[in-house]
Design a protein around this ligand. Structure first.
Ligand SMILES: [Zn+2]
Length: 141
């Protein structure tokens, strides 16, 4: 069997992908795919990344739960006997709910609109009147 030789090829100097690089910002890669100046730098980068992600998710999660609680309150106050709940859009800002928040969306097959799900509750812009929203409650299967 042929022994695999370590490539002697050199690759052009490039910048380390870690913008907070604490080593060699400018380095000569050993491998074509090498993005970071060294292993430790790569580890640092992903650790920082994960830390940032955790922070944003936590923040959103907190607001989402808060909004969901407020939606529940509105839903309970305005839902009719058929389980349909239509509210004036102004109620969201009154209750401090940010309906433009990026949350999971799902197509409503009946209206063709998009339902933004918080947790148990979701909002959908009224298909005919943009001054109104429909609040949906998740159906428990
Ligand atoms: Zn680096």
């Amino acid at each position: 069997m042929e022994k695999r030789q370590r490539s002697k090829r050199t690759y052009p100097e490039r910048d380390c992908e870690n913008t907070d690089c604490a080593f060699e910002q400018r380095f000569i890669p050993h491998d074509r795919r090498q993005k970071f100046c060294c292993e430790q730098c790569r580890i640092n980068f992903y650790n920082d990344q994960r830390h940032k992600d955790n922070k944003t998710i936590f923040k959103n999660e907190k607001s989402l739960r808060q909004f969901d609680k407020s939606l529940e309150k509105i839903y309970k106050a305005f839902v009719n006997s058929d389980g349909y709940c239509q509210v004036w859009k102004g109620i969201f800002s009154y209750e401090g709910i940010n309906v433009s928040l990026l949350v999971q969306e799902q197509q409503n097959s009946t209206t063709g609109g998009k339902v933004k799900w918080f947790y148990k509750y979701g909002t959908e812009l009224h298909p005919k009147d943009p001054n109104y929203f429909i609040i949906h409650k998740k159906q428990i299967k």
